[in-house]
Design a protein around this ligand. Structure first.
Ligand code: SF4
Length: 238
């Protein structure tokens, strides 16, 4: 279902509580004594501060920084440096993909004038989550997820819808996604129960629940993180 992010939610969708779905998955894993591996896409250090701190209690977390939407490159470098600094302090591995802003521009061509929160943003989510899913599947992670739902400016239903569609509809990537495309600050964890190439499940989330956004602001202050004033792309800068 491809729905514009601004369209009102149906009664069924309003009832969906992604935090409760995440709670159930965590409970099920705890019953089995399993600590699953998770590839967590992160948009920036501040948003990841709460999400990583929360999830690392239940998952073997590796963060992926893939954000070709960010413009200009100096801004991308600054956000990445802050992300890396935070993760070093938290002891969490970081994977990165070389920056290429053209990937984003090609993806959103024709949607440049959309307002923030509109159709361009859905395409931006698709771009970043597709890469995350591909790497998670190729590297044998149990789950993949994103920090994006911690933001009150991002529609959690659209993000979860994109993530779910990707994990169901995509072909599992093969050798085309080699480690050569990635840079790792530490070895990524792999799960014994999930062999490489068998796919990765979408981990539903709405991290803004339970004051996740407020906690991310507090943690950002605690770690002295740079907090950007615009979402990322040139079309969101006014
Ligand atoms: S406003 Fe943010 S989410 Fe939307 S397209 Fe730009 S960078 Fe992506």
């Amino acid at each position: 279902m491809n729905r514009h992010p601004c369209e009102p939610q149906t009664d069924e969708e309003m009832k969906q509580n992604y935090q409760q779905e995440l709670d159930r998955i965590i409970e099920q894993n705890q019953l089995t004594g399993k600590v699953p591996s998770l590839l967590l896409h992160s948009c920036c250090g501040p948003c990841s501060s709460y999400v990583v701190t929360y999830l690392k209690g239940y998952f073997d977390v590796t963060v992926l920084y893939y954000n070709p939407n960010i413009y200009p490159e100096e801004e991308y470098d600054h956000r990445l440096a802050e992300q890396a600094r935070l993760l070093r302090e938290l002891g969490v591995p970081l994977l990165t993909v070389p920056y290429d802003h053209r990937e984003f521009l090609e993806k959103v061509r024709g949607y440049e004038q959309e307002p923030e929160g509109g159709a361009r943003c859905r395409l931006c989510f698709e771009l970043r989550l597709k890469k995350t899913w591909e790497i998670a599947a190729a590297e044998g992670f149990d789950y993949y997820c994103t920090t994006l739902t911690v933001s009150p400016h991002k529609n959690a239903m659209v993000i979860n819808e994109v993530g779910e569609i990707l994990s169901f509809d995509q072909e599992v990537p093969g050798a085309a996604l080699s480690g050569a495309a990635l840079h790792s600050e530490a070895a990524a964890g792999t799960a014994e129960s999930c062999a490489a190439g068998t796919g990765a499940a979408w981990l539903p989330s709405d991290f803004k629940k339970r004051e996740g956004y407020k906690k991310s602001i507090e943690l950002s202050k605690q770690y002295g993180l740079y907090r950007q004033v615009y979402c990322g792309c040139e079309f969101a800068r006014s």
